[in-house]
Each structure stands twice: as C-alpha cells, then as structure tokens.
Design a protein around this ligand. Structure first.
Ligand SMILES: [Zn+2]
Length: 144
C-alpha cells in the first residue's frame, strides 16, 4: 500500500501519534486517516477471518467487542474534527482485491476533498483529476 501511494505521489505519514486511534496512514492533504484493520482483532463483521476460536468464546467475544468500541470511539472523534476515516480490512488487501480496493480509496480521497474545500477554491476546479489534486494540495498544505 505504501508503494502504491508512493508511486502516485501521494504524501502520507505512518503510525501518527497524537491522532486518535493512531491511524496506520495519515494523509493530511486529504484530511484522511486510514486504518488497516486485522479482521480478527477488529471484528470484521461477516468475514471468514473474524471467526472466534472454539474455546473461551465469551472471553474472545468481550475482547473483540471492546476493541470495536474503542475503534468506533476513535473514528467518531476524528470525524467530529473533520477527518475522513477509511477503514481497510486485511481481507480487502489480498493481492486479488488490492487494486480494486485502492481504486476505491483514491475515489474517496478525491471526493472528500471536493466536499470539504472552501467555495472560493472550488471556483478554480476543473473537472479533470489532475487539477483537483493540485487544488487539494494547495488547500491542505500543513507544512509537512
Ligand atoms: Zn475481513
């Protein structure tokens, strides 16, 4: 994923401390926090990989439930502060699905930019993607 982002000149930071939930990837210019979640530990609903062990079911259930509550709490804080939260599950990043998943990520990055940038800046946007990302970079330059 880092390689994918790098090849497309996206700027990002890894494991940023001081951001709720310590997202795996933070893209300040897109005001987007990306969490790459293990299906088991973060309780990916309806996923094969999130099946609980046969023993100590109650223990695991409670543990995963707590993890999920903590995750949701962190996501909420981020959203209240104007961040877009993208949760990617490990099962969506297997080689067969990786490209599709990342294409969706890209769409969401650009959509979120368009929704959140100021009307003044919006006037300058043309439809092509290149100008969108250029405007976004100008708007979201936090002096990295
Ligand atoms: Zn999964």
């Amino acid at each position: 994923m880092r390689k994918w982002l790098g090849e497309r000149s996206y700027r990002y930071r890894l494991n940023v401390k001081g951001v709720p939930g310590k997202p795996d990837i933070v893209m300040r210019r897109y005001r987007t926090a990306v969490f790459v979640n293990g299906c088991f530990w973060h309780g990916h609903e309806g996923c094969e990989k999130s099946k609980l062990p046969q023993t100590n079911v109650e223990f695991w259930k409670a543990k995963i439930e707590r993890n999920k509550e903590r995750d949701n709490h962190n996501y909420q804080i981020l959203r209240e502060n104007g961040w877009q939260v993208l949760v990617l599950w490990e099962c969506q990043l297997i080689p067969r699905l990786f490209e599709t998943t990342m294409q969706q990520v890209e769409v969401m990055l650009h959509d979120y930019c368009l929704k959140t940038i100021s009307p003044k800046v919006k006037e300058y946007i043309r439809v092509d993607e290149e100008s969108i990302s250029m405007v976004a970079e100008a708007e979201y330059d936090y002096g990295e």
